[in-house]
Design a protein around this ligand. Structure first.
Ligand code: PMP
Length: 381
């Protein structure tokens, strides 16, 4: 497997990496006993699970592996953390206006009792502004903060490290949803970020598995996600997904810092050349271009016609792209990210999101640019 020609939707999910598939099969065959059992084979499952927890903690620079909780993915982890903030903390919960729905939806439940505030986004670079956060913290109003590391739609990198530092100084719990960062950019600062979430299928691991990191000071706290069983030290009920965890750790460890740095440099060049060509020859407007973005992501407003029409024609030509969560077929709600980027409803219906992979070649990027230019001519744009 590995590379998939024409596949430009890596922010939605990735094909499973060879090492991850092999690790998954090996774990499913050799360690299928329930790690909670008391017999010898179960003990073996427990031992490898703890080895993988240690390897992941080490990769993330987290000293104590007990701070890691395995989950079914970032959605579950985000729900668990925001739910914990809502149940156990006073004050307002501060989020950005561009969070993934798995943070935004549980946070929005706090809106009715006025316990939620959203930080504004700069529409030119897609980055959250921290001015209000400083002010609210200095007034002692903030109970907890959740700010994503990299936006899944525009790719815009967020000031999560600055926000984490502000919260650390003030003793306020902080969470970053790093589902789009981990596995794409080198790990840096997550050990100090408080709560962190990640998801295996965004970086070549199996689907349906992810993790959360707890801050050190929460180790003795009543934090829990799913309830109904003693697994994960009572923090997340449900039999552990051993093969999923094996695949996740194998996929992530394969992407060492050197690989990610190499991808960042090479792929960002391909992506930038692709954008220059589209701006010139297809009249697109690139979003969040003014700031730092993930190297693999390009989101833009097409000059004319519904995005789903472009998407279908690109699909016929062998290219898989996305409309992001912008208005598209079957989704009538306006995207909060697009709103934060200052787009009109009409423009939201003309948005495409392109997200390549580490192995996507220059010819593929240029092939997609040509296909978009061609479709533009067909549509009369
Ligand atoms: N957060 C972000 C930023 C994401 O991009 C995604 C996946 N689209 C999620 C959370 C949810 O991840 P999962 O599929 O593992 O539930």
């Amino acid at each position: 497997m590995g590379t998939m020609p024409g596949y430009f939707d890596h922010n939605a999910t990735t094909p499973i990496a060879g090492v991850a598939r092999r690790a998954w099969v090996e774990a499913e065959e050799s360690y299928w006993h329930n790690p909670s059992g008391l017999y010898r084979e179960a003990g073996e499952s427990r031992r490898v699970l703890e080895d993988w927890r240690e390897a992941l903690a080490d990769h993330l620079d987290v000293e104590d592996p007990e701070r890691l909780v395995f989950t079914s993915g970032a959605t579950e982890a985000n729900n668990a953390i925001v739910g914990h903030f809502a149940r156990n903390l006073g004050g307002v919960i501060v989020v950005s206006g561009i969070e993934h729905p798995s943070v935004e939806a549980p946070a929005s439940l706090l809106e009715k009792n006025e316990r939620l505030r959203r930080l504004p986004t700069d529409p030119l670079n897609g980055t959250v502004e921290l001015g209000y956060l400083r002010e609210w913290i200095s007034k002692g109003e903030v109970g907890a903060v959740s700010l994503m590391a990299a936006n899944n739609e525009t790719g815009a990198l967020q000031p999560w490290r600055e926000a984490a530092a502000l919260c650390r100084e003030a003793g306020i719990p902080f969470h970053t949803d790093a589902a789009q960062w981990i596995g794409k950019l080198p790990v840096c600062g997550f050990h100090q970020a408080g709560f962190v979430t990640g998801s295996a299928h965004k970086f070549g691991g199996a689907k349906g598995v992810g993790f959360l990191v707890l801050p050190e000071e929460e180790l003795g706290s009543p934090f829990h996600g799913l309830v109904g069983g003693p697994q994960e030290q009572g923090r997340r009920a449900g039999t552990e997904n051993l093969p999923g965890v094996a695949s996740m750790v194998a996929a992530l460890l394969e992407r060492g810092d050197a690989t990610l740095t190499d991808w960042s440099e090479r792929q960002a060049r391909f992506r930038d050349d692709f954008e220059v060509r589209l701006e010139k020859e297809a009249g697109v407007k690139i979003l969040a271009k003014g700031g730092d973005r993930l190297w693999n992501t390009s989101m833009f407003v097409l000059p004319e016609g519904k995005n789903v029409k472009w998407l279908a024609r690109l699909s016929q030509r062998g290219y898989s792209v996305s409309t992001g969560s912008a208005c598209s077929a079957g989704k009538e709600n306006p995207s909060s990210v697009m709103m934060a980027m200052g787009l009109s409803f009409e423009e939201m219906g003309r948005v495409l999101r392109i997200s390549g992979g580490g192995e996507t070649g220059e010819e593929e990027w240029m092939g997609l640019a040509e296909a978009i230019i061609e479709v533009g001519k067909e549509i009369g744009a």
